[in-house]
Design a protein around this ligand. Structure first.
Ligand code: BGC
Length: 260
């Protein structure tokens, strides 16, 4: 570990919960870099709140050098309002109505900040990545198992937009145009890009963003699809990579401490 300052608010722990894995790391808030290699655990099956809370505890314990008072931010692939998980598109439905903040705060013994995974990734992009200094309306779209969205207006997040679930001709775009759909349905890049184009054009017609940032694991293959997209707004690849959720969660945890 590079540094573990005792109590100077320069570090927060970010934990990103996904359908297959839970990953986390302490983040240096001055640079947005991980202060220690990230740790990964498989998401428990079934991914009930108690089982996931135990895994998050195990992940926290892995970073024994990180001071106990270090703020913790946790993401979930779901809507989070006032600490309560409200949807469960890609997670166990038993999460709906769970007070996630209380669950994780009890599990870790420190106040936890909980937010949507795409919102966290977007916060990292806006702070340090492709959305840095961007003005106006910025739409961050994460393409993975599902489609996540994070909407910013002059750098401020409008949380829980869930634009991945826009419907076209009655079809939920989330499973239809996600990165997973390309693999599961064995689509060519051209076939998949055609879906993505329809999806993004529809989102653009509703929001008229000034900038669109595409994140998620597939952004590593941006050359295969970004040049084919035709939108009014510039479309760029996310820059923060796979750790954007961890970094955004850590930033948000720190921001919550500052606001308190
Ligand atoms: C969920 C979103 C999430 C996205 C990416 C969607 O199915 O509804 O909350 O951000 O997947 O994980």
């Amino acid at each position: 570990m590079a540094t573990t300052p005792a109590d100077d608010h320069s570090m927060a722990l970010g934990i990103d919960i996904g359908g297959t894995g839970i990953k986390g790391a302490p983040v240096d808030l001055r640079t947005g870099e991980l202060a220690a290699p990230r740790h990964y655990l498989a998401t428990p099956r079934p991914a009930t709140p108690d089982a996931v809370a135990a895994a998050v505890r195990e992940l926290r314990d892995h970073f024994a050098d990180v001071p106990a008072t270090t703020p913790v931010g946790v993401t979930v692939p779901a809507v989070v309002r006032r600490g309560v998980v409200r949807t469960a598109a890609n997670i166990d439905p038993v999460w709906i109505g769970t007070h996630g903040v209380n669950l994780f705060t009890d599990a870790l013994g420190v106040p936890v900040t909980l937010l949507n995974d795409a919102d966290a990734a977007g916060l990292a992009e806006i702070a340090l990545g492709a959305g840095r200094d961007a003005e106006g309306v910025v739409l961050v779209v994460t393409l993975g198992t599902g489609i996540g969205s994070a909407l910013f207006v002059d750098g401020r997040l409008v949380p829980n937009t869930e634009l991945g679930h826009l419907t076209i001709d009655g079809v939920d775009c989330c499973p239809w145009a996600s990165a997973a759909a390309r693999v599961q349905e064995n689509l060519s890049w051209a076939q998949w890009v055609s879906r993505l184009q329809d999806y993004l054009a529809y989102a653009e017609s509703l929001l008229w963003p000034d900038l669109v940032i595409i994140g998620g694991g597939i952004s590593a293959d941006a050359d295969q699809f970004l040049p084919l997209l035709q939108l009014e707004a510039p479309v760029v690849r996310a820059r923060m990579g796979n750790d954007s959720g961890i970094i955004g969660a850590a930033f948000e945890a720190h921001a919550a401490v500052v606001r308190a």
